[in-house]
Design a protein around this ligand. Structure first.
Ligand code: ADP
Length: 754
């Protein structure tokens, strides 16, 4: 039964759809419009046909009842034809809305007319006016419904005011016919409306139920897929973690043995191969460590330590590690941390430093010129916890906007040529971001291609309140109060950072971007207690500036502090400046240096950590030492150690350069590496003996060959003493002490300065 009803329904739809233009029929996302169009067509056909039938019927029935007998049939004829025309017009024009309005108005007018003719307020058809708003609602909008409702009400009250219309005395018989007809029409119309709504509601409900069912099914599938993915990820991460661990064990063996191997007797080629094994091993270890970290994080197995650490110290340590590379690229480094941030926090310092090193390492890697700046700010977030915000800003190659989103994904680099050009695994940022998140923070980046990038991260840590913060973090700084400082640096950010720092200590600062600017200030009579001078500036260097100050203002009480990158602290510099600060300038050191030069300027600056070694220092600066060493790192280490012992030294990178340098000026002591390219230490020593004879310097061999019996070989070759690498400060001190005594012996007579 229901089935046949539905197939009938379908046939009816097919008939109606014949009038509906394809744009409406086939529009999948506007089913509602299709339903309305069907109603419009159906209603028009129904009213049209029934009106024609009534027109014929009335002619018969109302015979003799003029004028009704003439007017009513014509009226129904016109109505019928007009209604029948609507579906055809719709088929041709697609103008649904206008046609629906015409349909509603047509029916409204015909109802008014019909009621008027059949007796006005006494017409048995009056109630039919109420159907018009219903029709408007089904075909059009709420607005049109309200409008037609007002129209219908006005019509009803109009009839009331008009009173009884008596065009004709209708016999009871006809009156009953009218009543029956109106009631039948009303019933039909209301039933159609009810059916229309019910079918719409049913369809919606069916659709909703199907959609819900589909949703449930896909939800279940999704959940299952998600679970499977999680299990797979976990398994993958555990596999990676296990594998990395397994790989690390033999790798440690390789690196360890390579290290031992290079300390045995090897020729130069073998030594180089050993070094390659070692550095490749180190690189591989780094990659494996990254993968291990990453898989631990993914598997949710990374646990953070909780131990007290000095925030500033850990940031400065990270900066120290990248300083050599940044300096060798000529980059400016700067660092500022808000003074109110506490000193000590509880947290995982290793992981914190790992994030810092990743960001700083990337900044150095991707920056060719300009500066790298670190800014630290923070705020209390309650419960003794602090939110730190650290930003690392560079002026490097930057990151194109469309690549920023992919940046923190694992194994992702901005473009694949990065790996070829810069190396790296693309894991660093993914790990750092996860670490920051594990520490209750987040990580993000702002960047512009070719301009540079700023990486930000936050972490939330518990503070460790101390009774009293370090001196340089205290607000009261009586020694520095109101002292005037001249800041001379060509880098704007650095000047700004130093300025803020010192103003925070109650000092007053004046900035100069060049030596010329600074000299103009001094010539104009400005006076300062201390000048902070950058070593490397484009036009006039810091050293030249200091010389000019000493020449032009010999009596000035102004102290001079040199800010230098990892340069040598030559005697020249020591004569020109009161103290040195290594860049990036750390607040604690700056504070210490300022205090020292401002309070005890005239005391000898002797306070270093190893008094027993430096007791030896004051006479040392007269001794000239030449360090012959080809390895850059060893050069730095050697120079640093010599400096610590109070010596000043120059560099030569191989035997040939030693000979060349010695012909230009004499040296008291040569620290001679044995293995050097071009001319090795032994050949150079023989040549020195030949060329300089008695006037030769004291020669100390530096060797990585720790084997016994070698000492004799070197002494035979004409060397005076020997030191084995890695050189320890203590043994260097001892050997040099002996050397100084030897060169001071009158026989050698080497102390006459040329
Ligand atoms: P990688 O080990 O390759 O350096 P990271 O996850 O640390 O891995 O960095 C991913 C990529 O993000 C880098 O290869 C580089 O393309 C880009 N990137 C990171 N830091 C910077 C930066 N400071 N400037 C420009 N590009 C950067």
């Amino acid at each position: 039964m229901a089935k046949s009803f539905f197939s009938l329904n379908q046939k009816l739809y097919n008939l109606l759809d014949w009038f509906i233009p394809p744009t409406i029929r086939l529009s999948a996302n506007n089913q509602d419009l299709l339903r309305r169009a069907r109603l419009l067509v159906g209603n028009s056909l129904f009213i049209g046909i029934s009106s024609l039938m009534w027109s014929a019927g009335f002619k018969e029935q109302l015979k003799g009842l003029e004028p009704l007998a003439t007017i009513l049939p014509i009226f129904f004829l016109v109505m019928g034809l007009a209604n029948l025309a609507l579906p055809f017009i719709l088929q041709k024009t697609n103008a649904y809305k206008i046609l629906a309005v015409i349909h509603v108005l047509l029916n409204f007018l015909s109802m008014v007319f019909f009621v008027f003719l059949t007796g006005g307020i006494t017409s048995p058809n009056l109630f039919i006016m109420g159907i018009i708003p219903l029709l408007a609602m089904m075909l059009l909008s709420t607005r049109v419904t309200l409008f037609t409702m007002v129209l219908s009400l006005l019509a009803i009250f109009g009839f009331r005011m008009l009173g009884v219309v008596e065009l004709i005395e209708i016999p009871t018989e006809q009156l009953d016919d009218f009543r029956a007809m109106a009631a039948a029409m009303g019933t039909l119309a209301l039933a159609i409306i009810a059916l229309f709504f019910e079918s719409g509601r049913k369809r919606n409900q069916n659709q909703l139920e199907t959609a819900l069912k589909n949703l449930q099914v896909s939800n279940e599938k999704l959940q299952q897929a998600n679970q499977e993915a999680q299990i797979a990820t976990k398994a993958k991460s555990e596999f990676l973690a296990n594998m990395s661990h397994e790989i690390r064990t033999p790798l440690n063996g390789i690196i360890g043995i390579a290290g031992l191997l290079s300390s045995t007797a090897l020729d130069q080629e073998q030594q180089e191969y050993g070094q390659i094994i070692q550095s490749s091993g180190d690189a591989l270890l780094e990659i494996i460590n990254s993968i291990l970290d990453f898989s631990k994080i993914e598997a949710g197995r990374l646990e953070l330590e909780e131990e007290p650490f000095d925030l500033r110290q850990s940031i400065e340590d990270a900066l120290d590690l990248i300083t050599p590379k940044a300096t060798s690229k000529g980059l400016e480094l700067g660092y500022s941390a808000d003074r109110q941030i506490p000193e000590f926090f509880l947290g995982d310092v290793t992981r914190f430093r790992q994030i810092m090193l990743n960001l700083l390492g990337n900044a150095v890697k991707f920056t060719e010129r300009g500066e790298i700046m670190v800014f630290v700010t923070g705020e209390e977030v309650g419960n003794g916890r602090y939110q730190l915000h650290i930003s690392v800003k560079d002026t490097g190659i930057g990151i194109p906007a469309d690549r920023i989103d992919a940046l923190f994904q694992s194994f992702s680099q901005v473009d694949s040529s990065t790996t070829r050009r810069f190396g790296g695994t693309g894991l660093g940022l993914a790990i750092s971001k996860s670490l920051a998140e594990l520490m209750g923070g987040k990580m993000w980046v702002e960047s512009e291609a070719e301009k540079g990038s700023t990486f930000h991260f936050t972490v939330q840590l518990s503070t460790m309140p101390l009774e009293e913060p370090a001196h340089y973090l205290q607000p009261e700084q009586p020694e520095l109060w109101h002292k005037r400082v001249l800041i001379l640096d060509d880098n704007t950010t650095n000047r700004h950072i130093l300025n803020q720092q010192m103003v925070g200590w109650g000092m007053s600062c004046v900035e100069a971007a060049s030596a010329e600017e600074a000299l103009t200030l001094l010539l104009a009579g400005e006076t300062f207690d201390v000048a902070l001078v950058d070593e490397q500036m484009p036009a006039t260097s810091g050293l030249q500036f200091a010389r000019l100050v000493h020449q032009q203002f010999p009596a000035t009480p102004m102290s001079l502090l040199l800010m230098t990158s990892l340069g040598q602290r030559t005697q020249d510099k020591k004569n020109l400046f009161d103290d040195f600060l290594t860049k990036p300038v750390k607040p604690a050191f700056l504070h210490g240096a300022l205090q020292e030069v401002l309070s005890s300027k005239h005391l000898a600056p002797q306070a270093t950590h190893q008094p027993e070694l430096t007791a030896f220092a004051p006479t040392n600066h007269a001794v000239r030492i030449l360090l012959a060493e080809d390895n850059r790192i060893n050069q730095q280490v050697g120079l640093r150690m010599l400096e610590k012992l109070g010596f000043q030294a120059d560099l030569a990178i191989n035997g040939a350069e030693v000979l060349e340098t010695l012909t230009i000026q004499p040296y008291h002591i040569v620290l001679m590496d044995i293995q050097m390219p071009e001319m090795d230490g032994i050949a150079a020593t023989r040549q020195i003996h030949e060329r300089f004879g008695e006037q030769r310097p004291y020669i100390i061999a530096l060797t990585a060959n720790a084997l016994a019996g070698q000492r004799e070989t070197y002494l035979e070759a004409g060397m005076d003493d020997y030191l084995s690498k890695p050189i320890k400060l203590e043994s260097l001190h001892q050997v040099l002490q002996k050397a100084v005594e030897a060169v001071n012996a009158p026989a050698k007579n080497l102390f006459q300065e040329s």
